[in-house]
Design a protein around this ligand. Structure first.
Ligand code: FMN
Length: 184
């Protein structure tokens, strides 16, 4: 059993998503003894922007396909995901490998995987908030993984982290408690 652990925050030790993704990986490891963790840090070891030459390199998509569980630290930056994470998604959405078009429409080929998104954002973007339409981070990730055939997508979220230190700490504790509920 392989867990692919990805981070994309540029905030180093102050990163909320790194705390959450590590909690999620620790919990998933505990429920899967003997599993191995493959680490990919997109901030310290970035994948370059997509280029025509990059088509030939299948390392990143093969690593994604080989993992049973994928944990992704995904901060909201300017209402979307970090560009480092977008560069990774550009490598895993590969026609013929992770999706294909049929006469009935698109078909995801990467099903059977569990994806856990460690999400953090400064404000609040729930469906009942005025900012809901600005959420191009979680909605985007849910749609991308759905398109690739992944139906088991769980969000472990810290919201409102920019509302002061107390709010940040409370949001992190809530997310860590949510991570403890991750099991099979
Ligand atoms: C470059 C940048 C852009 C951000 N843009 C947004 C934003 O559009 N909306 C928001 O609610 N918070 C925004 N934030 C706040 C982050 O989402 C928040 O600090 C979160 O903790 C980031 O995750 P991290 O701590 O793992 O980096 C931004 C932060 C940075 C550094």
């Amino acid at each position: 059993m392989t867990i692919l652990h990805i981070d994309s925050s540029v905030m180093g030790e102050n990163s909320v998503t790194r705390i959450i993704s590590q909690s999620a990986v620790d919990q998933l490891k505990a429920t899967r003894p003997g599993g191995t963790v493959v680490r990919r840090d997109l901030a310290t070891d970035p994948i370059p922007h997509f280029t025509p030459e990059a088509f030939a390199d299948s390392t990143v998509v093969d690593e994604f396909l080989a993992a049973e569980v994928v944990v992704i630290g995904a901060p909201m930056y300017n209402f979307g995901i970090a560009s480092q994470l977008k560069a990774w998604i550009d490598r895993i959405a590969v026609a013929g490998k992770t999706f294909r078009y049929t006469e009935q429409g698109p078909e995801g080929l990467a099903g059977g995987k569990k994806v856990v998104i460690a999400s953090a954002r400064g404000g609040f973007y729930g469906p009942d908030t005025a900012m809901a339409a600005f959420d191009h981070q979680e909605n985007y990730l849910r749609n991308v993984f759905g398109f690739l055939g992944v139906t088991d997508v769980t969000f472990v979220r810290a919201e409102g982290v920019a509302m002061g230190p107390d709010a940040r700490d409370a949001a992190v504790e809530t997310a860590k408690a949510e991570a403890l509920k991750l099991a099979a």
